[in-house]
Design a protein. Structure first.
Length: 441
């Protein structure tokens, strides 16, 4: 379809080549009644598009056609199953109680939330609250940067409460939706109904309260709803991108309310947690990743979990379409744009050489020389191998750093280490130990 090609050409100006070539693999695009239907090979591909390009697609498609278009992404899996939505455990309940449930993401549950030291308190607090609504930590205030799992935790708490009592009155909303609904109710003169909606709530979850900054009228309304619920021991959970004390343009009396229960932060995941997340998420999307690729991703994607997921989805899309396994080289190439954005601190070959020499207790100069002592040449080969796999340096650059005239020595060393690792468990463990150590430097 020409429209799709035009969209990709426009998007292509800001995206890297691999991304565009993956998007080009989408063959079925149809425009019907103001809606652009895009069908993807599978659900992972769909998620990847939804979380990364949907806004761009909508914007460019609407511009090209000259009217506002809706975008509907459907995966072939769904078409086969003859479903328009994914399996959704809350679907039945949604139909029964349209207002309360429709905003919960069925995938955001406790069982697939990875707990690490970065989010342990927030996670435990949510679990505890779900067990004892209104009895401890009220309100529970969770803050942290974007993409660190706040919304996931809020939804998980709601799911948990509902799974125990499907009649529980739970409202999840974001502060900006709260505001726009309030405004529209005020316009329609139905403010009383608005208030009523929040009157008998057992659990009220308000996401992204930073949106209330500077919104005086909404804050007043929210303050009253908050007090009414809090007074009768109903549970409130709030999330925000900064701590209550750093929220500006929020009335003091509201801030005092925010901090009267438990305030807890979700922090960016540490290397260990990132690895668990990658392990679990790649399994979920049936993406096989070698250990070195997992480490590479966890080391280089260093902002948030959403980006981590985005990287995995992109690798999966590549893997699926090109039918090629993901090796370190491939991963490096595909994730180039993400890594560029993040301005990863480069691991230097010198750092690797130093660590390896240290580990084998050999002299660094000797290791970089021509010594044929067994221990020294093993250390040298391992250092060459790790330089190739842990840095973005070319073979020529690595040769230079090891004072070699051409790169055959490097290639031989890499092959030798790879081969030996296959049969020599001890060596394999040594290399892995060094690799992990260097990566956490
Ligand atoms: P926030 O609301 O803090 O911006 P989200 O809750 O939307 O972040 O999380 C972004 C994505 O990362 C979601 O897909 C979520 O499932 C995932 N995610 C975040 N933290 C974790 C975690 N600890 N374990 C599993 N998935 C996570
Ligand atoms: Mg969120």
């Amino acid at each position: 379809m020409n429209l799709w090609n035009d969209i990709l050409t426009t998007i292509g100006e800001t995206k890297d080549r691999t991304t565009i070539s993956l998007l080009k693999e989408i063959k079925k695009v149809e425009l019907k009644d103001n809606t652009l239907y895009i069908s993807t090979p599978d659900n992972v591909f769909k998620e990847w598009i939804l979380s990364n390009f949907i806004e761009d697609i909508e914007k460019h498609a609407s511009q090209l056609v000259g009217q506002k278009l809706n975008i509907n992404v459907i995966s072939e899996e769904e078409i086969r199953k003859n479903l328009n939505v994914e399996d959704n455990p809350t679907k039945i309940k949604q139909e029964e109680k349209p207002y309360r449930f429709y905003r919960l993401n069925p995938k955001f549950v406790f069982s697939n939330f990875i707990v690490g030291s970065c989010n342990k308190i927030a996670y435990s607090a949510c679990k505890a609250v779900a067990e004892n609504l209104g009895e401890i930590y009220n309100p529970l205030f969770i803050y942290g940067e974007v993409g660190l799992g706040k919304t996931h935790l809020l939804h998980a708490t709601a799911h948990e409460v509902l799974s125990k009592n499907s009649n529980a009155n739970v409202i999840y909303t974001t502060a900006d939706t709260f505001m726009s609904e309030l405004i529209s109710c005020m316009r329609q003169g139905s403010i009383l109904q608005f208030r009523q909606r929040y009157r008998d709530v057992d659990l009220l979850l308000i996401d992204d309260v930073q949106f209330l900054e500077g919104k005086e009228r909404t804050q007043v309304e929210f303050y009253h709803i908050f007090n009414a619920l809090h007074l009768i021991g109903k549970q409130i959970i709030l999330s925000s991108d900064t701590s209550p004390s750093k929220l500006t343009g929020i009335q003091e009396r509201l801030k005092t309310r925010f901090v009267c229960g438990l305030v807890t932060e979700v922090k960016p995941p540490d290397l260990e947690t990132k690895l668990s997340i990658i392990r679990k998420k790649s399994k979920e999307i049936k993406l096989e990743l070698p250990q070195d690729v997992m480490l590479f991703i966890s080391k280089t994607v260093n902002t948030n979990v959403r980006e981590l997921e985005g990287s995995l989805q992109k690798l999966k899309a590549y893997n699926q379409i090109m039918e090629r396994p993901i090796t370190l080289e491939v991963a490096r190439e595909i994730l180039k744009d993400i890594l560029k954005i993040q301005n990863v601190e480069e691991l230097s070959i010198q750092k690797i050489q130093k660590e390896v020499a240290n580990y084998f207790a050999v002299n660094l100069n000797e290791m970089l020389g021509n010594s044929r002592r067994k221990k020294v040449s093993l250390a040298r080969q391992i250092a060459m191998y790790l330089s190739r796999y842990l840095t973005d340096k070319s073979l020529a650059e690595i040769s230079k750093a090891f004072k070699k005239k051409d790169h055959t020595t490097i290639i031989n060393a890499i092959q030798k280490i790879e081969k030996t690792m296959e049969r020599d468990r001890k060596l394999k463990l040594t290399v892995e130990f060094l690799r992990d150590k260097i990566l956490t430097l």
